[in-house]
Design a protein around this ligand. Structure first.
Ligand code: FE2
Length: 352
């Protein structure tokens, strides 16, 4: 399957993956042939990215960490929770606790050995997909670090709810495409404290650790973060995990003020913050598992050919299998595959 921006969609292309809305409703099922009418409707609904069939991309599968059913359920639960809060209703965390359990169990049933860009982002609402993707990355990092089942469930709940304080901030400000003023940034920074205050009152239903993850997820190891400027071991271990997952997800997702960065760029930004922004050991562990290019990405290699990323070896995410599709002069060639693990002299020099 090939991932394309909706502006490049053409009639008769076949959809290779279901499209779900930010509230978990299936809009279109895979296998359907697109028409101009459908393409226009998707664009109106702010669907920015779709997956289509393409013979050159045969056998290339974009990773999905959790089942479509659970994705739908997760987006539905998150949108209900946030909508209830917006309407000043009482926060019922039971569905979130249940959801955390299900996500952890699905990930434990099918253990992963690398972190590939998760593609639950077929729409451009940043809130729900951000929380869900962040939870998945946090659980993966927790698993790599050997956390047990109860710890992983708490971690999942904290990651799903870490930005809940943003509910008190207008979407106009959260989605502002221009640079924030100092006052606006100060207001946005309050979401960590507000999230903590919302969650700590639910301490009979929810571990206080969950509230602390919301409070501490923007703290930095050198004490330069917010809201309190705490650092080092004063930042709880779970919050240090959420901090890494949160930044990686935010960097690799489209934002109103910038397009998504590649996993490679996000990797380099996290690497630059090891020990100062992020926990050094946790950050290194995370980066050692990150695939720099997700399957389907178009890349150029050092010998000049154009290739596609085909798959990520489970234990060696930095050395993908690639499919050469163009000669160095840009002419299409008969596709063939190279395992970069076996050819260390070949490396990727850029990606699209
Ligand atoms: Fe946040």
């Amino acid at each position: 399957m090939r991932k394309i921006n909706i502006q490049y969609a053409k009639p008769d292309m076949t959809l290779a993956r279901d499209i779900i809305t930010d509230t978990g409703i299936i809009l279109l099922v895979r296998g359907i042939a697109l028409s101009q009418n459908l393409i226009n409707k998707l664009a109106t609904l702010h669907i920015t990215t779709i997956f289509v069939e393409d013979p050159l991309y045969e056998g290339i599968i974009a990773p999905e960490y959790i089942s479509l059913e659970l994705q739908q359920q997760a987006l539905s639960v998150l949108s209900t929770v946030l909508q209830t809060l917006k309407n000043k209703g009482t926060l019922n965390v039971q569905p979130v606790i249940q959801l955390s359990t299900q996500i952890v169990e699905e990930l434990m049933c099918n253990p992963k050995t690398s972190i590939c860009l998760n593609e639950i982002m077929t729409h451009d609402d940043p809130t729900f997909s951000h929380s869900l993707n962040c939870a998945i990355y946090a659980i993966l990092l927790g698993q790599f670090n050997g956390l047990n089942y109860p710890d992983l469930k708490e971690l999942a709940a904290g990651a799903l709810l870490h930005d809940i304080g943003k509910n008190d901030i207008s979407t106009t400000l959260l989605n502002k495409p221009d640079k924030l003023s100092a006052d606006e940034f100060e207001l946005i920074k309050k979401h960590a404290q507000w999230g903590f205050e919302k969650l700590i009152v639910l301490h009979w239903d929810l571990s206080s650790l969950v509230a602390h993850m919301a409070w501490q997820h923007h703290e930095k190891m050198d004490g330069s973060g917010y809201p309190r400027g705490i650092g080092g071991n004063d930042i709880l271990f779970h919050a240090r995990i959420v901090s890494i997952a949160d930044v990686y997800e935010a960097l690799t997702a489209n934002r109103p003020y910038r397009p998504a960065l590649s996993p490679k760029k996000a990797h380099d930004i996290i690497q630059a913050g090891l020990g100062t922004h992020f926990d050094d050991e946790l950050g290194k562990l995370f980066l050692s598992k990150v695939a720099l290019y997700s399957p389907g990405t178009l890349v150029t290699i050092n010998t000049g050919e154009t290739a596609l990323i085909v798959s990520i070896p489970p234990n060696n995410p930095k050395y993908p299998v690639i499919r050469i599709i163009k000669e160095p002069d840009g002419q299409p060639c008969k596709p063939y595959e190279i395992h970069l693990e076996e050819h260390p002299q070949i490396h990727i020099i850029n990606s699209q």
